[in-house]
Design a protein around this ligand. Structure first.
Ligand code: ADP
Ligand code: MG
Length: 245
């Protein structure tokens, strides 16, 4: 069986800046891949190319064996198949929590309002915020908003979930409630690519760690291997900085 995500010799520039350098990796179904690395190393850009929020200069990205569509209906379908959760919660501010979660399924997946709401309530229950369903996002804590963002992504029944530093804008006491939801999702078999600095989470949940620096994948291995035996100076230096705090 082919991997769910294939990233094949991908290069990208922003003007002069070579932001992704010959990136090649695959993500299997059900696998949890953690992407770590210093700020500016290209982690967000890599995530954004996977659902084509960014184009690439060369190489190819395939999901389920199909190269990423460049536009139109196929691109909309791809976006629905790839859930994304960002650092900032990106909820629709003027819609209730419930409406935030039902909008995509109604518009893109064609669900009836009734079915979409029933499904949304199950998901809000699963992430522990069902009692907030009628509120507006601003009435929720950051941790609750981020859990709603996860429920909203899951409502589209994605094949893959991308998380780009989902807890880095949160107050410390709210980080674990979001990581717990993500851990459960991983245990339920969701394929996940997660950019995070939460090393405890990475050790516990990752099948594989990708360490990026300067636009390239510098190391790739099991969390055990990576955290206990980083091979490159770049990785040793990075781990030294993040683990001593
Ligand atoms: N839209 C953009 N235009 C120009 N440069 C960008 C853009 N987005 C990111 N960059 C630059 O690309 C590099 C990688 O950014 P990013 O992927 O956000 O890194 P990371 O997520 O690892 O911090 C950085 O130097 C950043 O300033
Ligand atoms: Mg980033």
């Amino acid at each position: 069986m082919e991997p769910l995500v294939e990233i094949d010799h991908v290069d990208k520039h922003f003007g002069e800046l070579h932001v992704l350098k010959d990136i090649t990796t695959t993500v299997d179904r059900g696998e949890v891949v953690i992407v770590i690395g210093p700020s500016g190393s290209g982690k967000s850009t890599l995530c954004r190319t996977i659902n084509r929020l960014e184009t690439i200069d060369s190489g190819e990205i395939r999901i389920d064996g199909t190269p990423l569509p460049s536009e139109g209906r196929d691109l909309a379908r791809l976006r629905a198949d790839v859930g994304m959760v960002f650092q900032s919660f990106n909820l629709f501010a003027h819609k209730t929590v419930l409406q935030n979660v039902t909008l995509g399924p109604i518009r893109v997946r064609g669900l009836s309002r009734r079915d979409a709401e029933a499904r949304a309530m199950e998901l809000l229950e699963r992430v522990g915020v069902a009692d907030q369903a009628t509120k507006l996002p601003a009435q929720l804590s950051g941790g609750q908003q981020q859990r709603v963002a996860i429920a909203r992504a899951l409502a589209m029944e994605p094949k893959l979930m991308l998380f780009d530093e989902p807890t880095s804008a949160l107050d410390p006491e709210m980080i674990n409630e979001v990581l717990d939801v993500m851990t459960e999702l991983a245990h339920d078999g969701m394929t996940m690519i997660v950019v995070t600095h939460e090393m405890g989470f990475a050790r516990k949940v990752a099948n594989r760690v990708l360490f990026m620096a300067d636009g390239a994948i510098v190391e790739e291995g099991t969390p055990e291997d990576f955290f206990t035996h980083p091979r490159t100076d770049r990785a040793k230096d990075f781990l030294g900085k993040v683990l001593t705090h």
